[in-house]
Structures are given as structure tokens and as C-alpha cells.
Design a protein. Structure first.
Length: 260
């Protein structure tokens, strides 16, 4: 039996030096392969002192699923690039980015670079060095805000790799309805990932995100995204912060593990 452990490693991020990646491996039997969730904003997942609203407490969520007998999972948290975060987690290929007033002065959409880092550096390293499953039904991606947008993008771009996506408070408002419709029209295939889409409505930013999430959900239906592969969860009182994402993450994790 192997004990639980949080590993911290460094991997080369394109043109930005090394990037910290945190891998939590729960206790497991020798030789056992575990489902895995790849997540953005790694520094906010484990450390309660990382933000004014605390962390996501992902370890506690995994332990609770383990104790209840539902299942177990490895959590891989990729640290954000701090000042580069919004640039890294905003794709260019969906359309012209809206609401530039919300971003820093030198913002430049480079989400495809992050996606490449995830797919070609992080995932191969994790699969080669940790006891994780590699089949799509046991692989999820998850994030919030710009990270929610990025998790949606990676899942839709790579349905052969991801069976599930946790899309929390996603920054869908970064693109127009027209650009989203055009993008989705080219992406829907037969075996799409299960989308767990969450939004609150408890502050000004989350209200804007709620409206754009409703728009995107309608577009998914119009694009014939498999109806049984998407779920929208709304907690109207929740604001745009880690406290809210900490509240919703256990339900996403439970959904992911229960449906395996």
C-alpha cells in the first residue's frame, strides 16, 4: 500500500522558464492505476493561505470520496503564470477577445500554448511517472474563470483524451455569440466529453459570467452537443472566488468518479 503524497515538480513552459506542477497522489494499492484530474491554478488548490478566500481543498474532496467508497483520483495542479495568467488561459482561435478592459495592458491570448504544454509536456510526464489511468473515461480537466474557459477549450479540442471537464465560472464572455457558434460548429464529434458547467450569480462579475454561460449552453444544444453529456449547475448566491469553487468541486469530483 502506498501512502498519500503531494509531489512538486518543475516542467519547462514555452519561452517562460520552468513552471511548477503539483501532483497529489492519494493512498492506493501497489500497482493500482487511478483516475486523474488535470487542473489550472495549481497554487490555489492545496494551500489555504494562497488566496483571501482559501484554497479549493482538493485533498479533502479526494479523501471524502475515498472514505465513502466512491473512488479515488490523482489531482494534477498546473500553477498559473501570475501576471501572464489571463493570457495563458485565453485561446486565440475561438474569436476576437472581448472585454479587454478586464485584462492587463500587455494581455495577449495564448491559450493554445498552454494547451500544448498540458497535452505534450504535463500529461506525458504524469503518465510516465505516476500511477494514473490513460484512457479518456478516467481523465478529466478542470478549472475556474479563465481556467474554466481553458478546461472547456482543452476538452473540446481533445475529446479523444478527456472524458470529463469541470467548467467552473467560465470566461465565455471573452467571445461573441457569433464567434462561439462558428467555433462550435467545427468541433462537435460523436464521442464528446461530459461537461460539468457551473456558474454562480452572486456578484457583478459572476452575473456577467452567468449570462454568458446561459448563452453558451444554448449554443451547445443548438450545435447538437450530446444532451446526456452536459450538465449545468447554478448556485445563484455564489460569488466569483475560491470559496465558491471549493464548494462545487466535490460534486464535480463525485460526478466524475461515480460515472466511471
Amino acid at each position: 500500500m502506498a501512502d498519500a503524497k503531494l509531489h512538486t515538480i518543475k516542467l519547462p513552459y514555452p519561452d517562460k522558464g520552468d513552471r511548477t506542477v503539483r501532483i497529489y497522489v492519494p493512498s492506493h494499492s501497489d500497482g493500482e492505476k487511478l483516475p486523474v484530474v488535470y487542473m489550472t491554478d495549481g497554487q490555489n488548490l492545496f494551500d489555504d493561505n494562497s488566496t483571501p478566500h482559501g484554497s479549493w481543498e482538493v485533498v479533502k474532496a479526494v479523501e471524502n470520496e475515498q472514505k465513502s467508497g466512491v473512488g479515488n483520483a490523482v489531482i494534477v495542479g498546473i500553477d498559473n503564470g501570475n501576471a501572464w495568467r489571463d493570457s495563458e488561459l485565453t485561446p486565440k482561435s475561438i474569436g476576437v477577445v472581448q472585454h479587454l478592459e478586464m485584462f492587463c495592458e500587455d494581455f495577449k491570448p495564448e491559450g493554445e500554448i498552454f494547451d500544448n504544454f498540458l497535452m505534450n509536456t504535463v500529461i506525458p510526464y504524469v503518465e510516465n511517472n505516476f500511477p494514473v489511468c490513460t484512457d479518456r473515461q478516467n481523465v478529466a480537466v478542470c478549472g475556474s474563470s479563465s481556467g474554466g474557459l481553458m478546461s472547456f477549450f482543452s476538452a473540446v479540442e481533445h475529446p479523444e483524451k478527456f472524458g470529463y471537464a469541470g467548467v467552473f465560472s467560465p470566461a465565455f464572455l471573452c467571445y461573441t455569440r457569433e464567434d462561439w457558434a462558428k467555433y462550435l460548429s467545427t468541433k462537435i464529434v460523436e464521442n464528446m466529453p461530459y461537461l460539468y458547467i457551473y456558474t454562480g450569480n452572486g456578484d457583478e462579475l459572476e452575473e456577467m459570467i452567468f449570462e454568458s454561460t446561459e448563452m453558451l449552453y444554448e449554443l451547445l444544444e443548438e450545435s447538437f452537443y450530446p444532451y446526456d453529456r452536459m450538465n449545468e449547475v447554478i448556485l445563484f448566491e455564489n460569488a466569483h472566488n475560491e470559496k465558491s469553487w471549493r464548494e462545487i468541486f466535490p460534486d464535480f469530483l463525485h460526478t466524475f468518479l461515480r460515472r466511471l
